[in-house]
Design a protein around this ligand. Structure first.
Ligand code: IVH
Length: 675
């Protein structure tokens, strides 16, 4: 007999999984964050009281698994095939001609066109509706068991059907196939955060997704916002799976699997070609990398009956887009120094147009990578650009060498201060370890005055470099000890310009303590971490007095960050620096986080474009102190888009979704009308 807690637990699991699906798969939530949190809390409390009733499909188990020593091998129930490629229309028609010989005369085929996602193939096994195993493709016959990692995906159904109201028949055993990927906006966001925290950047979304999926510790995978699309059923035992690919995809979608919405049913190859051109036009507006389309014969039993050649089924073909990769010459490699002292090699390229943009520079990531790929100055190299991601050098084309190419050696000394470089034992990056390196100081000042930190908008990076060169700034605190007369004596600094600069510096003293902490540029302490630390501790003084263990107790602060922060505050030169800031009158205490008013409470905003008087950070603060929330991308949950000059795709998306669009003045009116 079902007891009360069992029934409620089952109901809560189902409800929460359903709302996760509405949010993460359909992008159409039905309840507020608060209501969701209340359900989740109830589940956590009930599971704490009845731990023996916790099941693997419980949403609380998303990150519950322990790290593995090694991935187990998994034999696939059917070969996991690949696809042959067509590169143009001719290839596509030739494919049809090849299979025509194997088909009955006068057969009328129709086709499903799907995006070819540049991700990683995954296989998901369901038994009695429960997700029981997830695997990589491996060699197509045997893959690796990555169940715990896949369980961390919000979009992956832990039990089907996800919507309990859908009365759909499904086989007691089936295995679906899909593609896991890193959404491009989240990838750009991750790298932005890493840059702000002085950490080396990730190379590209695909490799980062692959690295995240093959983590032995699922808690690491859980921190990466990976998602997936399902497009096939490779094995099943029982009733329910439709024969036509088109119906199969809608069936999968009804079960609750994430399925691409951008699929097209084409009656003939001419329509396929049209779909190809439409896709090619929009490939850069899509939030994942698409390297072509996949054309599948809609009649799946017929497609299967055609068999395969090697690893490629005859019943489907990939029609690839021209790569957003081009070859060009690597003219030189320059070293950039970051504010944490990281020395990053950067490629100077013969300018080349890639996907409508002229690329002159690209990242070479680090010297290990250069050596591993044997990249040389003078080489013809392949350069790739995808979405917002910084262009990067994929590798050399060794066949085109003429012998004049030169090896690239990592610098032994910092090119700016001549200090010997160091390489921490567990890192590939090399660093300049000199805290007084003038180039590091340029970067630190640039960051200190920048938008995400103290936001002194009249203080450009050239101003910083000049003041450092003139010896007027020797550390970041010197910004507050600059004398008007000294700056006036510099070339190009007239009275008005100097007055504006001095006013901007003075005004920045009132910036809140979490911005000031961010501005100090401590490794791993970007905007988010600085906020967490100060909300927990209240002041920079208390942070200075905290030990590693106390910091680790703060939600969201890991051991590495805690250790780095403690070491920073132990350094004598940093203690002196803080004292200088204190004397200058900066904010060491976080003011009460009570909203000034709650006139915007509960509303979700997205900001885009350049506003007439506020910086984006000021607008964000304006909204947050009034109880509103600011998020990065427009979705159905967004209440208002605050749009300035040169607003781009977010404005189009908001218009399409019918979201209210405000300018700065309208925001201020809204805030005062509601208060
Ligand atoms: S179908 C027999 N559909 O592309 C079916 N594959 O280059 C073979 N891929 O290994 C695969 N999106 O990892 C199929 N909509 C899609 C796909 C897709 C991406 C990947 C898949 C495959 C590779 C072949």
């Amino acid at each position: 007999m079902t007891t009360l807690p069992e029934a409620r637990l089952e109901q809560l699991r189902e409800l929460i999984n359903f709302h996760l699906y509405r949010y993460h798969v359909l992008d159409a939530p039905l309840i507020s964050d608060g209501e969701y949190d209340a359900l989740y809390r109830e589940l956590v409390e009930l599971e704490a009281a009845y731990p023996e009733l916790i099941t693997v499909d419980s949403p609380t188990q998303r990150t519950g698994a322990e790290p593995l020593d090694v991935f187990e091998k998994v034999s696939h129930p059917a070969p996991v095939l690949s696809l042959a490629n067509a590169f143009n229309e001719e290839d596509l028609f030739a494919w049809r001609k090849r299979i025509d010989r194997l088909l009955p005369d006068e057969i009328n085929l129709n086709y499903v066109v799907e995006p070819k996602i540049d991700g990683l193939s995954v296989l998901l096994t369901y038994q009695d509706g429960m997700f029981v195993q997830g695997a990589t493709r491996g060699n197509g016959i045997v893959g690796e068991d990555i169940t715990a990692n896949l369980r961390t995906f919000f979009a992956l159904p832990k039990k089907v059907p996800v919507d309990p109201a859908s009365n759909v028949i499904f086989p007691p055993y089936f295995v679906v196939r899909g593609e896991a990927f890193f959404p491009l906006d989240q990838f750009a966001e991750l790298n932005k955060k890493r840059q702000a925290a002085g950490e080396p950047l990730y190379m590209n979304p695909r490799n980062t997704a692959a690295g995240s999926l093959r983590q032995l510790d699922p808690k690491i995978t859980a921190q990466r916002p990976l998602t997936l699309f399902i497009y096939d059923v490779i094995a099943w035992d029982g009733e329910g799976i439709p024969d036509e690919q088109w119906n199969r995809l809608s069936y999968l979608s009804v079960l609750g699997f994430p399925v691409s919405k951008d699929i097209v049913l084409c009656q003939n190859l001419e329509e396929v070609v049209e779909a190809y051109w439409n896709w090619k036009k929009k490939r850069n507006q899509i939030n994942y990398e698409v390297d072509g389309i996949v054309v599948k014969i809609n009649d799946q039993p017929l497609a299967q009956s055609l068999g395969f050649v090697g690893k490629d089924p005859r019943g489907a073909i990939a029609m690839k887009f021209p790569a957003q990769e081009k070859s060009t010459k690597l003219l030189d490699v320059v070293v950039n120094v970051g504010r944490t002292g990281i020395l990053a090699p950067n490629a100077i390229l013969e300018p080349v147009e890639i996907g409508g943009v002229i690329v002159r520079n690209a990242t070479l990531h680090n010297y290990d990578e250069i050596a591993r790929k044997d990249i040389r100055i003078g080489d013809v190299v392949m350069v790739k650009r995808a979405g917002d991601v910084i262009p990067y050098v994929i590798g050399p084309v060794p066949d085109l060498r003429n012998g004049s190419e030169q090896l690239i050696e990592p610098p032994e000394r910092c090119p700016f201060c001549d200090t010997p470089v160091i390489q921490p034992p567990d890192e590939v990056a090399i660093y300049c370890d000199n805290p007084t390196c003038p180039e590091q100081l340029v970067r630190r000042v640039e960051y200190f005055v920048g938008r995400s930190a103290m936001d002194i908008d009249k203080f450009g990076s050239q101003t910083g470099a000049l003041l450092i060169e003139q010896g007027l700034i020797k550390d970041i605190a010197d910004i507050y000890y600059l004398k008007r007369a000294d700056i006036l004596s510099l070339e190009g600094f007239q009275e008005k310009k100097v007055d504006n600069l001095m006013l901007g510096i003075e005004a920045s003293k009132t910036q809140p303590a979490d911005r000031f902490l961010t501005a100090l540029g401590i490794r791993f302490v970007g905007t988010v971490v600085a906020g967490l630390l100060l909300q927990a501790l209240g002041s920079i003084d208390r942070l200075e007095q905290s030990n590693k263990e106390q910091l680790e107790e703060i939600e969201g602060i890991g051991p590495e960050t805690a250790a780095t922060v403690v070491t920073w505050f132990e350094s004598q030169s940093n203690i002196r620096l803080l004292e200088k800031f204190r004397q200058a009158g900066l904010n060491f205490e976080l003011e009460s986080s009570q909203p000034e008013s709650d006139s915007l409470a509960g509303s979700i905003f997205v900001i885009t474009g350049t506003l007439p008087t506020m910086s984006r950070n000021e607008a964000k603060q304006f909204i947050e102190v009034r109880g509103g929330r600011v998020t990065g991308s427009v979705s159905k949950r967004t209440d208002y888009l605050l749009a300035g000059e040169a607003a781009g795709s977010k404005l189009d998306k908001a218009r399409n979704l019918g979201i209210s669009i405000l300018d700065e003045a309208a925001l201020k009116r809204l805030a005062s009308s509601k208060s």
